[in-house]
Design a protein around this ligand. Structure first.
Ligand code: F6R
Ligand code: MG
Ligand code: MG
Length: 363
């Protein structure tokens, strides 16, 4: 059986500020998707949140970029936007960039990761969802999962993984993509994905073309031509039997690496793996969070979720992340806590330069 997994997310209003999700929004989303399940448009669904981002996880048989499924997500977000407006939640409808649905939510604000899965005997899936960062945050963990033998021993000792994987990289500035195979093109790959603000991993495949991982690579700020909110990303990873084991896919997140985002989308901070109930970024509007929902797919039904980072063995990582938070915060308005000028989502630079321009003197 071929099943399509669509994870579509949007920030349709924050509670309080940009920190959390009002339960009413999740309730409205569940009602909307329950209706679609009764109408047999979708097979199953799950509604979750990470910070102020509403996550719609849906299974169906219609393939990627299906107009009806995208319309369902759009209409659901619109209903939630209305609920957010009624409660005067913060930034109600902030990711709904278009006035009307035009056939595909891509380019209209919401983030999308989708894959068609030819179900194996058993299909364990991990869905990672982040807040206060951008899709480049997946570059390091995806590389470790699918290319680093120090993270994933399966690459060395499992005959089903020993050929390596193919990475699809998107150049978000040029709108171009390229596929590179590992281990043979590993150093070329790293030249690109080591610059995650420009080159973002959007998919990983086996050497014989099976999909292994898909990420959302929408860039809200570029799509809107101006900053309208962070493009907090999602990532789907297939696991076990030829893909990384669940523990190999989770292991990269034991290192809270620095990612762009946090306060005003303009600061570097540690990418912190947390349980569902800890996914409410408040300190300095952060630090950036990631949750992971685990499911077994069974004939299109999402058996789960399991809250994968609700495990004390990540306490050390979290402790480290809180220390890094403290250390980075002490830099105040200085780089490398604050992003370089061209990467900031908020800037007063043009106004300041206009005012000061005439006062600069040549040495
Ligand atoms: C970052 C984020 C927040 C806001 C900040 C200012 O992704 O969502 O840090 O940028 O709270 O928000 P506004 O400009 O809406 O007052
Ligand atoms: Mg928000
Ligand atoms: Mg957010």
């Amino acid at each position: 059986m071929k099943v399509t997994l669509s994870v579509i997310k949007a920030d349709v209003g924050g509670y309080v500020g940009h920190s959390h999700m009002h339960p009413k929004l999740e309730e409205v989303a569940r009602e909307s998707l329950e209706g679609a399940k009764e109408d047999r448009l979708i097979l199953d669904f799950s509604v979750l949140h990470c910070g102020d981002d509403l996550e719609l996880i849906m299974t169906h048989t219609k393939g990627e970029e299906d107009q009806e499924i995208h319309k369902l997500a759009w209409d659901t977000f619109m209903r939630c936007t209305e609920a957010a407006q009624n409660l005067k939640l913060y930034g109600a409808g902030q990711d709904m960039l278009a006035d009307a649905f035009s056939g595909n939510v891509k380019g209209m604000g919401p983030g999308v990761a989708e894959m068609v899965i030819e179900n194996r005997e058993s299909e364990p899936i991990l869905i990672f969802m982040a807040d206060k960062t951008s899709p480049g945050a997946w570059n390091l963990p995806l590389f470790k999962m699918f290319a680093d033998p120090f993270n994933t021993p399966g690459l060395v000792i499992d005959p089903k993984m020993h050929d390596g994987f193919v990475f699809e990289v998107m150049d978000v500035k040029e709108g171009l993509s390229i596929k590179l195979g590992c281990p043979e093109e590993m150093y070329d790959l790293l030249v690109l994905i080591g610059a995650p603000d420009r080159y973002m991993l959007k998919g990983v495949y086996t050497k014989d073309g099976k999909v292994a991982a898909k990420a959302s690579v929408q860039r809200l700020n570029m799509m809107a031509g101006k900053y309208v909110g962070k493009d907090d990303p999602v990532l789907i990873v297939r696991t076990q039997s030829g893909f990384p084991a669940v523990g190999e896919a989770l292991e990269p997140f034991s290192f809270p690496h620095l990612v762009e985002g946090w306060m005003r989308g303009s600061h570097n901070g540690p990418f912190t793996p947390v349980s569902f109930k800890q996914a409410n970024p408040t300190r300095f509007d952060g630090p950036p969070r990631v949750i992971c929902a685990g499911y077994q797919l069974c004939k299109g039904i999402l058996v789960g979720p399991v809250d994968m980072f609700d495990d004390p063995s990540y306490d050390y990582t979290r402790q480290k992340a809180w220390e890094i938070t403290e250390y980075m915060r002490r830099h105040g308005p200085f780089e490398p806590h604050r992003l370089p000028l061209e990467e900031m989502e908020y800037t007063t630079m043009p106004e300041v330069m206009k005012k000061l321009n005439k006062r600069f003197t040549r040495d």
